[in-house]
Design a protein around this ligand. Sequence first.
Ligand SMILES: [Zn+2]
Length: 199
Amino acid sequence: MSIFRNHTPKRRNINGEVKSYGDHREDLKLDFKDRCGYCNDIDNWRFIWFEIDHFIPKTRNKKPFLTIKTETDYSNLVYSCRSCNNAKRNKWPSNDENVPNVNNEGFIDPCKDEYNNQFNRLNSGRITPNTDLGDWMYKAMKLYKPQHEILWNIEQLYILIVEIRELVAKSPDDDIDLMKRLIKLYNTYDDYIQQLFKH
Ligand SMILES: [Zn+2]
C-alpha cells in the first residue's frame, strides 16, 4: 500500500476576464501538473481525454445552481479526466453550493491537502477509499475503473524505462542480461498500452 498522491495541486490566483472557462485549460494543466485533480492520472497518454470540471456544478436538476462564482471563475475549476468529469457530473448532495460535503456525502476540493487522505493506492496501482467520505467519492467518480490502475502502471513502467535507458547507455554492448530485462520491460509496457485502448 502506498499513498494516493504525493503532491497537492494549487491554483494560482487568476482573476483575468476570459470569454469561456475553456480558455483556462493551459493554466489548469500547469497548476494541476498535467494530472486529473480527482484520480491523479497523468495526461501523457490520453491528452485529448482531459477536460475542465466545475467543482461546484453549473446546474443541478436541469436548473442553474452556481451563483457564488461565475462559470469562468478559476477558483472553481478542476483539470479532470473525462472519466471523473463524466462520473461526477452535477452531483452535489448538500443542496447548498457553500457546503461541498455533509454527513460523509459530497466532495472535497482536490486542491485541499485533506483530499490526499481520502484514498490509498494499492501496490497493484488500484485506488481504494480510506474514509467514509472517500468511499462516497470513490463510488460517485467511479475511481474503481481499471483505467486508473492501468495508467498508474504505465507511468511506473515509463519511469523505470527512463532509469534503465540511462543504465544501458553506461553499460558494455555485450550485457545480454540487461538487454533481456529491457526487452521484458518494453513488452510489459506495451501490454499495458494495449489494455488502455480497451478501457
Ligand atoms: Zn480522473
